[in-house]
Design a protein around this ligand. Sequence first.
Ligand code: SF4
Length: 320
Amino acid sequence: MQLVGIARSAHAAPVLEAKRRVHYRQLATGRWINRVEGGRHSFGWSINPYRGCEMACQYCYARYTHEFMELEGGEDFETLIFAKQWNAREFRRELERVPMEEAIAIGTATDPYQHAERRYELTRRMLEVFATVSGRRIWITTKSDLVVRDLRVLQRVARRNVVSVNLTVTTLDVELARGLEPKAPRSDLRLAAVAALTGAGIQCGVIASPVMPGLNDREEDLKGLAVGARAAGALWFGGGVLFLKSPTREVFQQYLEREAPWLAGRYERAYREQARLPRAYQERVEGIFERLRAFAGLSRKAAPYRPPDWEAGRQMVLGL
Ligand code: SF4
């Protein structure tokens, strides 16, 4: 088969490092900051410094992105990780083209603080660039307490830009989390990261996505999470229902057959024809979040605020 585009780049990518199970490769990238199509999101641009993710969440919707590279979304997605080749000049150039009023989200597909970030520091390098500009609105979504490593640089970014961090926490049940998110940091560590960030003045929320019927959708369990989020200093709390399409559907189905076989048939029927559950279930979940926000004193989303050194221009700091 003749490979083209990103598939050709991926197969020709030089190996950066090979661990026992995981291989890291360097991907030459044409673009760092991508326009988000569809207008469904509160951000207009996205950044994903890595392709694939070692955290191996069984429900990870981004698995299909490995198929663009003629790789498979199961094992390959978790073990063949691509780190984009850093180019500060190109990143700055792309950033200058993003309209000031449009928000930029880091980590919309794969986690920007996944294990590879410890080695390659791509997210940190981007934040160092953001620390030199002002007037930007930046969202970061992660499941890793590694974000706390960048606390100082986040503080610098947040003096001149609006920074909001989402920590994803799906459950406080240790066993359930271990099966669903085998290589992700424990939920208590993620909440501790929220506490560290909010304590340092970075606004954070907790997102309990995805909500999965029969697994983590009990109101009592989500209530414990809302209370934990509030105690950690989170400002907002919410979540969305599991979105499931191939190849994630097959990976998740195998997980269910292994860990929760009594649910396997129900999921198979519910997601056989569509990637989303019926509206009625989604509304029920939204109702639960409404009640829990009211109970715990949390918001639905981040409140707008003006950073101390906000300048609605696109100035770079001289010398940086
Ligand atoms: S941390 Fe996010 S990107 Fe990584 S496997 Fe889990 S859901 Fe996917």
